[in-house]
Design a protein around this ligand. Structure first.
Ligand code: FES
Length: 514
């Protein structure tokens, strides 16, 4: 494994592991779909969006089936910092100038309803998931960001969002100013969602794992086709995964990009104050308390970058560790993990009808890093569209706004960035030979004069793959902290054996033998 300088006596765990997923005794297993079936709605994706959508639909008496390519909760939902807040970094000032007051206000109201939905569900079902009300702060330690913070506060005023502008806050290190929104929340999403899953199945809903959806016909009823062969016939299809699986017509992959960010969970010397925090500047720092094994700990998140484009990934964890040491003092790092989030061109999620002329295919994606509330917005909005109710939020989130989008320039830049990585990867041929790799080391290598990827696992076995991404042919890069192959173009991720961890790719990397 690559060696990294570490002045600290506290060490990072060798392998990534999400505390949320580790906090429950067992994640229930569900079968693969092996026989054709009929239902009212097929939901594709078993993260927080898919599960909440299925739960809300089942409560309305709708027959629902959830199909997931891997294990439930294995994606971003199991790897979030799980802040439930309407304070999404600095966004309201920017949204006001892009979307105007009415739509920005609706974005806020939708997310505020989302916060209430989680709170009410926790209370209604009595879910034990560390749900705790806390104030949310966006702060800056950098004088240069004060103007932006003040603009954001003025935007809050325009939108009548109750908030305080503070010169000081409870953090134990120097900051210049902060904006506080009271009575937001944090929780552990895994026990919360496991309880919803229980409710879904009790109401007759069905969940299938290991079932990869590869297409859906556009007529109604639609036929959802799976890689494994079995099909689902249904009136509505909701895509609740990062990238829509049936994207040939919509070309959403050209309007979305994926970013990775990192989290460490640590015991600290200093007591963490009440509240949840995020800074306004870069590199990002997201902070909140958590209880692990009955003892207080702190989640320190941040270091976002485009997937497959960045530093050696260990460095991001080391940066968070250094920040933790300097601010709170670290006694022990209990967990480290990373998340992948998807961004739209204008930062507003795409929720609703995927195609204008096919009203029964719905989608939800592009929450940036604010998936806990935006997923609830998606579940509520898509449920209303399915049961035929009006929603004031439909137009704000519609995926078709692209044509009037103020971010056409972002579209051009984003796709130029993809093109750059597509070309650069092909001509980058100065590489090691696979035999040179040490135990637990991965790298782009040269095999027969061609670019390939290799990882030598902890038992010494060498795994060699073709590094051509099966989505659209960019070259994947090695992620040394997670032992994965990540695509810099649209964020597909593969295990070191080449299996798909995250789409839009659906096919594994080709395995090579030496
Ligand atoms: Fe699109 Fe790799 S994810 S080319």
């Amino acid at each position: 494994m690559t060696q990294h300088s570490q002045a600290s006596t506290v060490s990072l765990p060798q392998f990534p592991q999400s505390y949320w997923l580790d906090s429950v005794d067992q994640i229930p297993q569900f079968p693969s779909l092996t026989a054709d079936l009929k239902t009212d709605v097929a939901v594709i994706g078993a993260g927080i969006t898919g599960i909440t959508t299925a739960y809300l639909l089942a409560k309305r008496g709708v027959k629902v089936v959830v199909l997931n390519a891997g294990r439930i909760l294995g994606g971003t939902t199991g790897h979030t910092t799980a802040k439930v807040t309407t304070q999404h970094g600095l966004i309201y000032h920017e949204f006001l100038s892009h979307f105007g007051e009415e739509k920005t206000r609706l974005y806020y109201e939708a997310n505020n309803e989302a916060l209430s939905l989680i709170k009410n569900t926790v209370n209604e079902l009595g879910i034990d998931c560390q749900f705790t009300e806390e104030d949310a702060y966006v702060y800056t330690s950098d004088e240069a960001y004060l103007n932006q913070l003040q603009d954001e506060y003025l935007a809050y005023g325009n939108l009548q969002i109750a908030a305080d502008y503070l010169e000081s806050n409870p953090l134990p290190f120097a900051t210049k100013a902060a904006i506080r929104i009271r009575a937001q929340a944090r929780f552990n999403p895994v026990p919360y969602l496991l309880r919803l899953i229980q409710e879904i199945t009790q109401m007759g809903g069905q969940i299938f794992e290991g079932t990869t959806v590869v297409g859906a016909t556009h007529e109604k009823p639609s036929t959802v086709k799976t890689k494994q062969g079995a099909q689902v016939t249904c009136d509505y299809v909701v895509t609740a995964s990062h990238y829509p699986f049936n994207d040939i017509k919509g070309a959403y992959f050209t309007r979305l990009h994926a970013e990775k960010s990192y989290v460490i969970a640590a015991r600290t010397e200093k007591t963490f104050p009440e509240g949840m925090y995020i800074n306004a500047e870069q590199p990002s720092r997201s902070l909140r308390a958590v209880t692990i094994d009955g003892e207080p700990a702190v989640l320190i998140g941040g270091e976002g970058h485009k997937t497959g484009q960045g530093l050696c990934t260990h460095q991001y964890y080391e940066n968070l560790q250094k920040f933790g040491e300097e601010t709170f003092g670290l006694k022990e790092i209990l967990y480290r993990w990373s998340a992948q989030d998807v961004f739209t061109l204008d930062k507003m999620p795409y929720i609703g009808r995927q195609f204008n002329d096919v009203p029964h295919l719905l989608m939800a994606t592009g929450y940036r890093k604010w998936g806990m509330t935006n997923s609830m917005v998606a579940a509520m909005l898509n449920t209303k569209l399915i049961v035929g109710e009006q929603s004031p939020y439909e137009e704000v989130f519609t995926p078709h706004r692209f044509h009037a989008d103020p971010s056409v320039k972002t579209f051009v830049m984003q796709n130029a960035n993809v093109a750059k990585h597509f070309v650069a990867g092909k001509f980058d041929l100065q590489h090691k030979q696979p035999e040179e790799l040490s135990t637990d080391e991965g790298s782009v290598v040269s095999v027969g004069g061609k670019r390939a990827g290799a990882y030598r696992d902890t038992s010494g076995e060498l795994h060699v793959v073709d590094t051509t991404c099966t989505h659209l042919g960019c070259e994947v890069e090695w992620n040394d902290a997670e032992r994965t192959w990540d695509c810099p173009c649209h964020g597909s991720r593969y295990s070191y054996q080449g299996d798909v961890i995250e789409g839009p790719a659906k096919k594994a990397l080709t395995k090579l033998s030496l």
